[in-house]
Design a protein around this ligand. Structure first.
Ligand SMILES: *Cc1c(COP(=O)(O)O)cnc(C)c1O
Length: 408
């Protein structure tokens, strides 16, 4: 059994499918050649998608939100597994197209799209999620200048919000989408423009572990979309109800009950089939597909004592993994699951604080955590690191080289 396999047993939140291609952590680190690095496991991501396919209604489309992890090799792999991609910038659009995803299966959301981004999106033929009346007019102008009728959906900011979401993205005043009450008037204007109306997009929030809260939000989304569709200039062909499926990061958090969410979705599909049979329902997931299939690995440089506290100083830190340091929007800092990857067998243990090389006390990967007693050269592994890792981190801070990324 690999050291990593053993490590996984410590964390009941982790699927034991993550064995990094079946080789030990030390062997993998030798192959990668230097630390720090991120490793993402194909097998884990494949089995996550297979689980969703097993439980969810077959005609429900599953999209991947590229911003969760835009590593090109990983996006290429997912292009073969999911029904579409959601992108949030011109750069992600390029990654999605390069991965071979058909433009008709790509949608582009985001509150601030530049004219250049709109132009390349319209030229490519992807679906644009309109986030304001102003953006609608800009898209229409771009379409006119290119001689193409842009495909558009209206992103709606509903009145309700997603209960228990780690990050709320709807309800009340928001920079995302168009307030639900303004949508009917916007749709009337849309009907007079050279735009191909496809449907609606609603995204209420992210990192939710409550199946009942997700089911309730999805029901409300479908109800609202059916109501708004009455004012639409064309039938609602697409309805993207977001995702928000969370993954457990911290002690005490329980994995989302996917069967309960799936049951709710089966019911919604039936509602939609009778109320609006031409509507294709889309779910967009980011971290749920990739977070648990990734680890961040760094190496111990020093072990030192200060006022009786053990500090493990590594070559990795918040410049590569802001989320694990607790500074990516977290209100209360909690430790991600961390282990010493080459010392999983029984041996001396101690409470230590794992920090990085940066000159700020924020650069901390584990605060007073029980770990195997380390020596310089050991490998510290941060689990649950496949989403919002490298590209959600301030890599330029302190001018260290960026970490490597491997798909194994
Ligand atoms: C970020 C984002 C997602 C993905 O969120 P996860 O928490 O990673 O699932 C999905 N849809 C939209 C519109 C987003 O902005």
């Amino acid at each position: 059994m690999s050291a990593l396999h053993a490590a996984l047993r410590q964390f009941p939140v982790l699927d034991d499918c993550l064995h990094l291609g079946g080789i030990t952590l030390t062997r993998l680190a030798e192959r990668v050649g230097r630390t720090p690095f991120y490793a993402y496991e194909r097998c884990h991501i494949q089995s996550r998608v297979a689980l969703l396919r097993d439980l969810l209604p077959p005609s429900l489309q599953v999209h991947y939100a590229v911003k969760a992890n835009p590593m090109p090799a990983l996006v290429q792999m997912l292009a073969q597994l999911v029904d579409g991609f959601d992108v949030a910038s011109g750069g992600e659009l390029k990654t999605a197209l390069d991965a071979g995803m058909a433009p008709a299966r790509i949608s582009f959301a985001g509150p601030g799209k530049s004219n250049a981004e709109l132009r390349s999106a319209v030229a490519a033929g992807v679906l644009l999620h309109l986030e304001s009346e102003g953006e609608m007019l800009r898209v229409a102008r771009v379409g006119e200048s290119l001689g193409i009728t842009p495909r558009v959906a209206v992103r709606v900011n509903p009145e309700f919000e997603l209960k228990y979401a780690g990050m709320k993205m709807a309800g009340g005043a928001r920079q995302f989408g168009v307030d639900a009450e303004r949508v009917p008037a916007m749709l009337r204007k849309l009907g007079g423009l050279a735009l191909d109306f496809q449907g609606f997009h609603l995204f209420c929030g992210a990192q939710n572990l409550s199946a009942s809260a997700i089911c309730e939000a999805q029901r409300l989304c479908v109800d609202l979309a059916l109501q708004l569709a009455e004012a639409a200039p064309a039938p609602m062909r697409l309805l993207n109800i977001g995702g928000g499926f969370g993954v457990p990061y911290f002690p005490g958090e329980k994995a989302l009950e996917l069967p309960a969410v799936a049951e709710g979705l089966h019911g919604l599909m039936r509602t939609l089939a009778s109320a609006s049979p031409q509507t294709q329902l889309v779910l967009e997931l980011g971290r749920y597909l990739v977070a648990e299939g990734g680890v961040y690995v760094c190496r111990v440089l020093e072990r030192k004592l200060s006022h009786g506290q053990v500090f493990v100083i590594t070559d990795g830190g918040l410049h590569h993994h802001l989320a694990a340091s607790g500074n990516f929007g977290q209100v209360i800092r909690k430790n991600y699951p961390v282990a010493v990857g080459n010392r999983m067998a029984a041996g001396p243990r101690e409470v230590a604080t794992v920090v990085g090389p940066l000159c700020t006390p924020l650069d901390m990967l584990a605060d007073s955590m029980e770990l195997a007693r380390v020596e310089p050269g050991d490998y510290v592994v941060v689990f649950q690191s496949g989403a919002y890792g490298l590209t959600a981190s301030p890599t330029a801070f302190l001018s260290h080289p960026p970490p490597l990324e491997v798909l194994v």
